[in-house]
Design a protein around this ligand. Structure first.
Ligand SMILES: *Cc1c(COP(=O)(O)O)cnc(C)c1O
Length: 219
């Protein structure tokens, strides 16, 4: 497995203002270290316990991103160290992140996940729910979270026009949100199969796993 070559290839294709999250879910620490030694410092995981174990085992200058669906009762296991939570889709979850961040005297950056795909299985808010969340009184009291942008996943399909349309919609939602929250700067969209389209549609952060580490084996 040529992890360094894969990373170099992807980094060469990314504009320098775009952040690469290397998605290391299911991969062992040895594999992550190989990417670390090639210079990669930001890794994404989708299971909190797995991410916490890797955080314990690996160098402390790694930034850990939670990219999966977050269960409220597990936020406490990552509050001490997580750098960015991508999949925030409810006020109750934000409130829990705030509570756990406070215990560690931290402010945890969060992305709001928007539902842009056709599939009903993918998590996320629609734009009305997003606006309701932002309008709620609770949110202004949450001093230990910071909303820094939005995240979305396109439909899993070969139809490139559809993927492009979904990413373009997410970008427009990001721009509308920016009118309310001018400080937001992160648009997390694009994975191994669709990041080229995501970049063309304005992504500032791509989450790439299999194109770096190879296919995943789920046991
Ligand atoms: C697994 C995963 C990725 C990476 O997928 P690849 O196709 O391996 O690049 C990106 N984002 C999320 C939310 C994921 O769960």
């Amino acid at each position: 497995m040529a992890i360094k070559e894969n990373l170099d290839k992807i980094n060469n294709a990314l504009p320098k203002e775009v952040t690469l999250v290397a998605v290391s879910k299911t991969k062992p620490v040895e594999t992550i270290l190989e990417a670390y030694e090639a210079g990669q410092r930001i890794f994404g995981e989708n299971k909190i316990q797995e991410m916490a174990n890797k955080w314990e085992a690996l160098p402390k200058d790694i930034e850990w991103h939670m990219i999966g669906h977050v269960q409220r009762n597990k936020v406490k296991y990552m509050a001490e160290f997580v750098s960015l939570i991508h999949g925030v889709d409810s006020l109750r979850l934000l409130a829990e992140i705030n509570k756990q961040a406070q215990k560690h005297n931290r402010i945890i950056p969060c992305l709001l996940q928007l539902h842009i795909a056709e599939e009903s299985t993918k998590f996320g808010l629609d734009e009305q729910e997003l606006n309701e969340l932002l309008a709620s009184e609770t949110i202004s009291g949450l001093e230990h979270i910071k909303i820094v942008g939005v995240m979305g996943m396109a439909t899993f399909t070969d139809n490139k026009d559809q993927i492009r349309k979904e990413f373009a919609f997410l970008k427009s939602a990001f721009e509308r949100l920016k009118m309310k929250l001018p400080e937001i700067n992160t648009l997390s969209m694009g994975m191994s199969g669709d990041y080229t389209i995501a970049l063309e549609e304005g992504s500032t952060m791509v989450r790439i796993g299999s194109s770096i580490f190879g296919a995943r084996n789920y046991h």
